[in-house]
Design a protein around this ligand. Structure first.
Ligand SMILES: [Ca+2]
Ligand SMILES: [Ca+2]
Length: 425
């Protein structure tokens, strides 16, 4: 137990370094510029190329995408996605005249990747997957060097029957299937909203069959995604494979599934060991079990979920409350969790008080968040050994006295609800 926890601590530490790096200026790479008025060579904002062309062009080390709405297919082909099959950095949220990455503002200038092709009023003719990240091809594994950052992903509708995985990952399908293959990108500053799939409404992380899929998901929001089966927002799939997805400073709000309202993890004969840090699970609902999270493996697998400094509030209370762990283990440490400690879970320092969250809204930062109040249970209550450097909004957390959940309360965050932002949802 001690060794395992130390290794998790090391992973967390590595992630923190990584976050620090990519919030800074990125390394020199050939930047390709994209806008919906494409037709240029992508060499500048005045010569923008299309997003498909930029993703296809291996010379594009970084892709900067101007505000606007981008559809995977212009001709209603549901099987076409924005395909990422090499290590590349893709950034959205530009007004369209920036010279530096730090100048962009995805909250103000959203770059929207929408699967709502075909009829605007129909969803069952939408793209199966808005984004398809393929780590099984000739360009080799997709590692965390691949960065997808600053987009809103919406209206994916994965209900296909003809091909495998046409019904998985409506917003993003991450394919690391098979020995030697991997799909483990960095997903940061992203908003996944109103995506649907039979499994993994917003995202399927597929490490099936000796493959690996262990994305780093940071500073992002998953809201109102849904699944008719497992994983309203995210399905971490490690059947005979590996899935060590890291989720930190992420808000899950109003996602619904049959099993696992926000996240379903499947580690049967494999290793499904997610690390969930400084995240907020609010009003997610499962119709069967696991209102926020269902974590499932087999007795012979090492699957362990680690949850630290996180908020669970008003998730579905049907059957098994917020978290159900079956044939696997989990640790919940220093979190707002109003249920009693679930079976197969080691609980430490749980708080049952109300975090007194404000509505989901775009305040400071790139993605919608729910800010706790100083008078609530989350304030200054986190385990200081695991304070991340930044919160979901990019605000610096203190080294001690950090707050539970995705948002560090700023001294400027008064209890006036709409002082800085506006309510979106
Ligand atoms: Ca449509
Ligand atoms: Ca604090």
């Amino acid at each position: 137990m001690t060794n395992l926890f130390n290794s998790k601590s090391t992973q967390l530490f590595i992630s923190l370094i990584f976050i620090t790096l990519f919030y800074g200026q990125s390394q020199a790479a050939i930047i390709c510029y994209v806008s919906s008025e494409s037709g240029g060579d992508g060499s500048s904002w005045s010569q923008p190329m299309s997003l498909h062309d930029a993703l296809d062009d291996s010379a594009c080390g970084e892709i900067w995408v101007k505000q606007g709405t981008y559809y995977p297919s212009d001709v209603g082909d549901r099987s076409v996605s924005f395909l990422i099959n090499r290590n590349v950095e893709v950034y959205g949220g530009f007004e369209g005249d920036e010279s530096f990455l730090a100048e962009r503002s995805p909250g103000r200038y959203p770059s929207i990747l929408s699967g709502n092709i075909g009829s605007l009023s129909l969803e069952d003719d939408n793209s199966y997957h808005v984004i398809y990240v393929d780590g099984t091809g000739a360009n080799g594994p997709i590692t965390r060097d691949t960065i997808i950052d600053g987009f809103t992903v919406t209206a994916g509708y994965a209900d296909g029957q003809a091909n495998p995985r046409d019904d998985e990952g409506g917003g993003l399908l991450c394919n690391g299937k098979g020995a030697g293959n991997e799909c483990s990108p960095t997903i940061s500053n992203m908003t996944f909203i109103h995506n649907y799939a039979f499994m993994g409404g917003a995202m399927m992380n597929y490490g099936y069959g000796q493959g690996t899929s262990s994305p780093l998901i940071v500073a992002s929001t998953f809201a109102f995604n849904s699944s008719n089966n497992n994983g309203g927002a995210i399905y971490n799939h490690a059947f005979s494979g590996t899935n060590q997805t890291e989720i930190n400073n992420v808000t899950f709000y109003g996602n619904t599934g049959f099993i696992g309202g926000a996240i379903y993890g499947h580690g049967y004969s494999g290793d499904n060991s997610p690390i969930i840090l400084h995240s907020s699970f609010i009003k997610n609902n499962a119709f069967h079990t696991g209102g926020a999270i269902q974590h499932f493996a087999s007795e012979m697998s090492p699957s362990e979920a680690t949850i630290i400094n996180s908020i669970f509030w008003e998730n579905s209370q049907s059957a098994d409350g917020a978290i159900l762990v079956m044939n696997a283990t989990a640790t919940i440490n220093s979190s707002v969790f109003s249920d009693s400690c679930p079976d197969n879970v080691t609980c430490q320092n749980l708080m049952s008080g109300d975090p007194l969250l404000k509505p989901l809204m775009l305040d400071y930062g790139f993605t919608p968040t729910m800010i706790p109040r100083m008078s609530g249970a989350a304030y200054n209550a986190a385990d200081d050994n695991y304070c991340t450097y930044l919160d979901q909004r990019g605000e610096v957390r203190p080294a001690s006295g950090c707050d539970i959940g995705a948002v560090e309360i700023n001294v400027l965050d008064s209890d006036v609800i709409y002082k800085h932002g506006f309510q979106l949802y």
